[in-house]
Design a protein around this ligand. Sequence first.
Ligand code: F6P
Length: 536
Amino acid sequence: MSDIWNRLSAHRKAQGDRRIDALFAEDTDRAAACTTRADGVVFDWSKTMIDKDARDLLIQLARDRGVEAQRDAMFAGERINETEGRAVLHTALRNLSGSVTVDGQDVMPAVRETHARMSDFARQVRDGSFMGQGGRITDVVNIGIGGSDLGPYMAVLALAPYHDGPRTHFVSNVDGADIADTLKGLNPAKTLVIVASKTFTTIETMTNARTARDWMAGSVDDPAAQFVALSSAVKMTADFGIDGTRVFGFEDWVGGRYSVWGPIGLSLMLAVGPERFDEFLAGGAAMDAHFRTAPLDRNLPVLLALVGIWHHQVCGYPTRAVLPYDNRLLRLPAYLQQLEMESNGKRVAMDGSDLTVASGPVVWGEPGTNGQHAFYQLIHQGTTPVPCEFILAAKGHEPDLAHHHILLAANCLAQSEALMRGRSLDEARALMQAKGLQGPELERQARHRVFPGNRPSTTLLIEQLTPFVLGQIVALYEHRVFVEGVILGINSFDQWGVELGKELALKVEPLLKGDASGGHDASTEALAAEIRALRG
Ligand SMILES: O=P(O)(O)OC[C@H]1O[C@](O)(CO)[C@@H](O)[C@@H]1O
């Protein structure tokens, strides 16, 4: 562990049982001093135990770990994904007027050409000049998993007020229930199926794609004519029978969980239209520009990452809750789970040595106010603090329901205030006294009503959830994950940890079919035998 990590942990220890609210008492300017802004996005991290010394140490950590140099290397198209020998250039997909070279070759003409083809295709589907074999396309089914599902699904839900294209559905799970429930009620002759898979080999996606093709073949003469492929493996899309005019390719320097900005975002483009999609890209590009130019101590992704590092690696809190007070960000926590846990859930550093600090935290969450009636009990009174990251828009999209929005916002602010302040035993006693209790019963009841408080939270405030702002938010989290990865010294862009389970699933399949036996542990063999018996 380097000196700076030791100093951070010594500083944390020295804070002892000091409280967050004491930091406000000491510094009346704290709320403003601990608020970082980027093009209308406001990030308040004042309700944490990051005091001035901790902040300086964290900024020093980012500087020492080479965040600025690594950031510049990423944007310059260097092969920073060393275990896969790839550049990391999802940022190129949202900066269409830019120029980036990989191995001396300008990659932007191809990016622009694919974007233009996608936009043309989306316009044709939306205005009816591209039709299904039974008429105008009414429904789009995106078949993909992981990054080929979570990004577009999250964004389509988030931008519901802008959705004026065909209905959009998402199928990801290999569980037949997913595709069966989705296709039920759809007219195959008016449905467009998108097979979204970077590799075009992912077993869940290819199984679902074949099922969709069979479903369509029952109703139309040429099912492949209503299929679209989004992939880096263009040859495999041809083998599946999809005509090259409906194949939108992308390069291997776009990681799956970073791919919503390009062809994998086609379902979003069909839903909201190419112009709104471009606003989403512009929001991402604006956050890129901020990330590239703002000094570290005023850099939003850097500050967000450092707050994460403080809570997980320094304070040792095992999880992080993302709590959007915006029902349309329903899938954001799931999207961030992949983005953060697939990127930074690694136990070795880039050079193969063991990490000497903890890897990324468990990320989870649910929109407020629903979560308040489910798991906030633990957040307020459980024994392990959970740093909470609130996300709130100042305005909703329903002017007639503004009173709902005020209530929503009031709940969000109240939760962060309650987490910080808590309720002391004396306050709880007073409450019980007011109810007429006394003696040992008063004491017992009061103890249940104590909130320890001093629980950290941050608030990300936006004006309204528009396509541009959604782009800013997604790019913000991408860069946060990148900065955390650089500080931890890991490669945030590979995902070897998903391979073993995939390989073994292929070996377990024949066991379940009764075509093979042996080669597995006794528990797996016994469970497979039980399943075979139950299936009859
Ligand atoms: O787009 P593909 O190649 O089907 O991959 C889907 C997902 O599978 C993974 O490779 C591993 O689960 C993810 O990184 C990726 O987003």
